[in-house]
Ligand binder design. Structure first.
Ligand SMILES: *Cc1c(COP(=O)(O)O)cnc(C)c1O
Length: 383
């Protein structure tokens, strides 16, 4: 038996959706990308959705769109995938990290508040905050939004883990408390397009900029033309900004449309698995990510905290349970440590957390007997 920590769920209708695009006229820049964007923007109740080739690309363009420039400051969580911080470096900004709470593994809002007070005194306030909804559990966006009003930074939610989750009465992605929200459709995430990502926003201006930048900074809309050649014939287009080719293909988007209809079912299945884990680990006194009443997690990851992590991982791997670890504090990565001089001890909770963190298998098609087997092996460990 080999049970991975995460994997995609691809069904016959997903396969058919991709085949039909392959037989159609457009492999890219066809109708499937707008279909997928409409599906997700409706689902999360955001005005605009811009599909891209990855969440990393979407984070990058979100930073550019919010006018991030050389020397500006971005704060994010150290307990995330490196892309949450790299996006700022692409814009030559300075990245700093907010330590996490040992109860829910998201950034600690009290630490954030203290750091903002100090940064204000020092004249070093961040231009953008990128909260990461770790494991699919939304950060406390109301408190973040209160601080945002007081200190004047912009907010990009890195919701790569969190599509299908909600905060208060809104789906994550509604951008109720942020400027832009980012989703990832990598195969280990909730739903997949192979590679893929999306930016959600309620601002028409930001949406327009994001759309332009994902396709070379080129527009074909006559009303947007600003150059001297604007009266030229139909094949005319204008490059107005230095953009990129971050487009999603129609092949990916067709898979996304098919998968997007299954978000609620997948989340329901993940919640069932989490419930089984929660019950078993509560009675065994094993620590796991704490949930909050006003949040519904998408349960991208299910992390437990254990004392003898490496031995336990070896033991679980030997038993076919291919657990993983999320995340090495970003600032301890050699690139960050060597380039910016970050040292061990910078965010103590993130380091304590990581020393004990194991991500258990979590995906919609995990079977009951597999869940029981995983729980049994964990409870047996060290006995
Ligand atoms: C997966 C992930 C990303 C990057 O997503 P890609 O679509 O692979 O670029 C960014 N942030 C977080 C928190 C992630 O988990």
């Amino acid at each position: 038996m080999k049970i991975p920590y995460g994997r995609q769920v691809i069904e016959d209708d997903d396969i058919q959706a991709v085949i039909s695009v392959l037989k159609s006229d457009f492999l890219t820049q066809g109708p499937k990308v707008p279909d997928f964007e409409a599906l997700i923007s409706t689902y999360v109740n955001a005005k605009f959705a811009i599909a891209m080739n990855s969440a990393t690309s979407a984070l990058h363009l979100a930073c550019i769109t919010l006018d991030l420039k050389e020397g500006d400051i971005v704060w994010t969580s150290p307990n995330s995938f490196v892309a949450s911080a790299n996006c700022a470096l692409y814009c030559k900004a300075i990245v700093d990290f907010i330590d996490i709470s040992l109860s829910d593994f998201n950034i600690d809002i009290n630490v954030l508040e203290k750091k903002l007070q100090k940064a204000k005194k020092d004249g070093k306030l961040p231009k953008i905050l990128i909260p990461v909804h770790f494991g699919g559990k939304s950060c406390d966006m109301k408190r973040i939004s209160e601080l945002q009003k007081e200190y004047g930074f912009k907010v990009i939610e890195d919701a790569s883990h969190a599509i299908g989750g909600s905060y208060e009465n809104n789906r994550v992605g509604s951008c109720e408390y942020s400027d832009i929200t980012i989703f990832s459709f990598h195969p280990v995430k909730i739903v997949t397009t192979g590679e893929g990502g999306m930016a959600l926003t309620n601002s028409a201006e930001l949406a327009k900029k994001l759309s332009l930048l994902k396709t070379h900074g080129i527009t074909r809309e006559r009303e947007d033309f600003c150059g001297s050649l604007k009266e030229e014939p139909v094949c005319y287009y204008e490059q107005q900004h230095l953009g990129y080719n971050f487009r999603m293909t129609d092949i990916s988007a067709a898979l996304g449309v098919s998968q997007g209809k299954k978000i609620d079912r997948f989340i329901q299945q993940r919640r069932q698995i989490a419930k089984a884990y929660d019950e078993a680990f509560t009675s065994a006194g094993i620590v796991f990510q704490k949930q909050t009443e006003n949040v519904v997690s998408a349960y991208h990851l299910y992390v437990i905290q254990v004392e003898h992590k490496n031995q336990m991982i070896k033991y679980l791997h030997q038993n076919g349970i291919l657990v993983n670890c999320h995340y090495i504090p970003i600032y301890l990565q050699p690139y960050y440590a060597n380039t910016f001089g970050f040292k061990a001890g910078y965010c103590p909770n993130s380091e304590t957390y990581y020393k004990k963190a194991i991500s258990l298998p979590m995906y919609a098609t995990l079977k009951d007997f597999e869940i029981e087997y995983i729980i049994e092996k964990i409870l047996q460990y060290g006995k």
